[in-house]
Design a protein around this ligand. Structure first.
Ligand code: NAD
Length: 351
């Protein structure tokens, strides 16, 4: 049975756990609001269910409360930033504020962010940029247990490396494409496992590299303590994009790539390459928007395919979920709820 909570009640509860872990009231509120917004947007995998892991990461020292981004290079349109293992929801937003100001001043900005603790939903950062009329591209790697198998391989070698593209259109909702390069997000497997559900074929390999529909293979150790793996989306193409995210988000940012066996550490570090472009400064705002609107309209006119209600554009499912869940409340399954209560107890012992 799921608990249904209002976003305000959930945010208050989560913020109190984070304060007990040492965060300032402002930091706790920012992180809690970001996580609750992920739940509201329908992405429970990147919502408050991450808090038990954050509490463990603070206890282990891999996540450091009350950190700010440190500028390591600044040439105007090139910014290199170190997240100092601070909360990604905080250092990620600080990095975006800096990058957005540069793109507004110069027309574009290339910004690298290394050593951010879990950045959560990457679409959050694209939404910050499109709200200012900027196009925003993000390539992200994940330094944590390698849970995704390379195409043609049989065990996990890298993370769920998300990619995100935000496009603003004045007077209309933006296009916000934001996805993990794994066939499905790791956190969605945790949610499915907690709810006792099987998943579609084609998502998972078991600990021996064989296809399975059991989400437990990437959540709890299997035979001989081995773990299974997620598969990339789009076969070799998704694998290629996952590699690009590791190279751009990990190697190019200086945050590093993953090339070692799995360990038990609970921290999740992200590296992110962000490219921001101002269509006004590029001189194409009017054509860009006219063409984008004409293209959206054309695509939407496609008749519904079998088993579908019609075409949705990236960003619409999240906006629909927000409209619905802000009325009905946020469902939290029993396992996630008890994990949150245990995390609250652990956090009280830290304070
Ligand atoms: P997903 O599979 O739900 O895909 C989401 C994207 O597809 C969104 O842009 C959405 O608007 C679009 N979409 C969904 N259904 C659609 C439809 N029917 N028609 C058209 N467009 C549609 O998302 P995911 O891959 O499970 O990723 C979930 C979240 O996890 C993302 O926000 C991602 O940034 C985040 N993530 C974060 C990390 C990290 O380490 N920080 C790692 C992996 C994923």
């Amino acid at each position: 049975m799921a608990h249904h909570l209002s976003s305000a009640a959930l945010q208050t509860f989560v913020a109190s756990i984070l304060r007990d872990c040492g965060s300032s009231a402002a930091e706790a509120d920012t992180v809690a609001a970001n996580l609750v917004l992920a739940n509201l947007s329908g992405h429970d995998s990147h919502g408050v269910g991450m808090v038990p892991r954050y509490v463990d990461a603070v206890r282990e020292g891999g996540l450091c409360p009350n950190k700010a981004v440190r500028i390591t290079l600044d040439t105007g349109t090139l910014l290199a930033l170190d997240g100092q293992c601070g909360y990604g929801q905080v250092v990620g937003a600080q990095a975006m504020d800096l990058g957005i100001a540069r793109a507004q001043a110069h027309g574009s900005c290339i910004m690298t962010l290394s050593r951010a603790h879990h950045l959560g939903r990457i679409g959050h950062f694209a939404e910050m940029a499109v709200a200012q009329g900027l196009v925003s591209l993000h390539f992200v790697n994940v330094l944590s247990r390698p849970v995704v198998a390379p195409w043609g391989g049989g065990d996990g070698r890298f993370g769920t490396n998300p990619c995100c593209i935000g496009v603003p259109i004045s007077g209309q909702d933006p296009f916000v494409l934001d996805f993990a390069t794994s066939r499905v997000a790791q956190g969605k497997m945790r949610v499915a496992y907690n709810e006792g559900r099987k998943v579609e074929p084609g998502y998972l390999l078991d600990e021996h590299g064989r296809p399975t529909t059991d989400p437990g293979v990437v959540v709890v150790p299997q035979s001989q303590g081995l773990m299974g793996a997620l598969m990339t989306f789009g076969e070799h193409k998704g694998f290629g994009l996952a590699m690009a995210c590791e190279l751009l988000g990990g190697a190019l940012t200086g945050g590093g790539t993953w090339h070692q066996p799995a360990d038990e550490r609970r921290a999740v570090l992200n590296g992110m390459l962000t490219i921001l472009i101002d269509p006004d400064r590029l001189g194409t705002r009017a054509t860009f928007e006219d063409e984008a609107k004409a293209f959206f309209e054309w695509v939407r006119q496609s008749p519904p395919g079998a088993g579908h209600d019609g075409v949705l554009l990236a960003g619409e499912p999240e906006r629909r979920a927000r409209a619905e869940r802000s009325v009905s409340g946020i469902p939290i399954d029993d396992t996630t709820w008890s994990e949150l209560e245990q995390a609250a107890t652990k956090a009280r012992h830290l304070s």
